[in-house]
Design a protein. Structure first.
Length: 311
């Protein structure tokens, strides 16, 4: 496997515009314009991993480990802070975790029971389910959550560019929270075989991948220059994590990097700005009680975003 690099214009020219792109574009535009009119802030939360197809009529693809826990949990918390007036565009990998329904996705079968002819919620799950449903209904009634799905890397980046450009209309009231796990390699469409790659040869499969340009650069400089931008840095080596986060802030000139390690990401992150490094920790006891690190991450970011808007 080898890799060479493209620039952002090559990337967009070499990848197809996603299906239903204009429909999704219009939904995002309408959502932002509605919340702009009532003075709300809007946060774009990206979540889940991107796929890199190996064939045009895709049978096989390279995928990423993320299942969207970080993004889906985080998307709920701005909504707990309704007094802060946030609406959320949730840009997520299809079939990864989603806000609210994530609480049921893994536990549904344990929450329900058959009683006579009907299916009911088990007594000890009633209050948690009721609370999730009430939050969800509140959010729906106020139209505070717009979910837009993607699967491939190209879909994600086309939609990211569109949403950032749309959000630029609300200037500093836009917050971009880029938690999706984005592939760094792809196969341009003119190099991709149309049909399923055949295995009936003796030779091992050789793949040639291009490097995906880092989209944080045009995002901060061109697409949403007035927005508050939070990127994530994922590493497996603790020794290089903070250095890489600081180098990203220096290179892209955005506001915050949330640095996390693959193995400890649910219990430990560092909120890095050019001037500060703030560790955010979740203890084992708090985790066992059902608390999540995303609540504190979002609380910290909302405070910093408020300061950013005011200054
Ligand atoms: O979903 P979970 O299982 O809960 O996992 C959450 C998470 C670990 C995926 C999340 O916390 C996280 O760290 N997300 C970012 C992972 C990632 O892509 O890291 P990176 O170091 O490869 O990229 C750093 C930043 O560059 C990212 O914010 C990304 O948006 C951006 N990027 C990446 C590739 C690319 N071509 N252009 C970019 O701008």
């Amino acid at each position: 496997m080898s890799a060479t690099s493209a620039n952002k214009d090559d990337f967009f020219a070499q990848t197809a515009v996603p299906e239903r792109f204009s429909e999704k574009y219009e939904l995002m535009k309408e959502f932002v314009s509605k919340h702009r009119a009532i003075g709300n802030r809007v946060v774009l939360v990206s979540s889940g991993g991107t796929t890199v197809p190996l064939e045009s009529r895709t049978v096989r693809f390279i995928d990423n480990f993320s299942i969207g826990t970080r993004g889906s949990a985080s998307a709920e918390y701005p909504l707990y802070f309704l007094q802060h007036g946030y609406a959320v565009i949730f840009l997520y990998r299809l079939r990864s975790l989603e806000p609210y329904s994530r609480h049921l996705q893994r536990r549904l079968m344990d929450m329900l029971e058959v009683k006579g002819d009907s299916v009911t919620v088990k007594h000890d799950h009633t209050s948690s389910l009721k609370s999730i449903l009430q939050q969800y209904e509140g959010v729906k009634a106020k139209d505070l959550l717009l979910s837009i799905d993607f699967t491939s890397l190209a879909e994600y980046l086309h939609l990211l560019r569109a949403s950032a450009q749309i959000l630029n209309a609300i200037h500093s009231k836009a917050l971009l929270y880029l938690a999706a796990a984005v592939s760094d390699f792809y196969i341009p469409k003119h190099e991709m075989p149309e049909h399923k790659i055949q295995s009936s040869t003796d030779k091992p499969l050789q793949l040639s991948l291009q490097l995906v340009p880092k989209m944080l650069k045009p995002l901060v400089k061109e697409w949403a220059p007035d927005a508050f931008v939070v990127s994530f840095k994922l590493e497996t080596d603790r020794n290089i994590l903070i250095k890489k986060a600081l180098s990203a802030l220096d290179k892209y000139q955005h506001q915050v990097v949330i640095a996390n390690l693959l193995d400890t990401r649910k219990y430990e992150v560092v909120l890095v700005t050019k001037e500060t490094e703030k560790p955010i920790l979740l203890s084992k006891e708090d985790s066992d009680k059902g608390l999540e690190i995303e609540e504190e991450i979002v609380k910290q970011l909302i405070a910093r975003h408020k300061h950013f808007i005011e200054s």
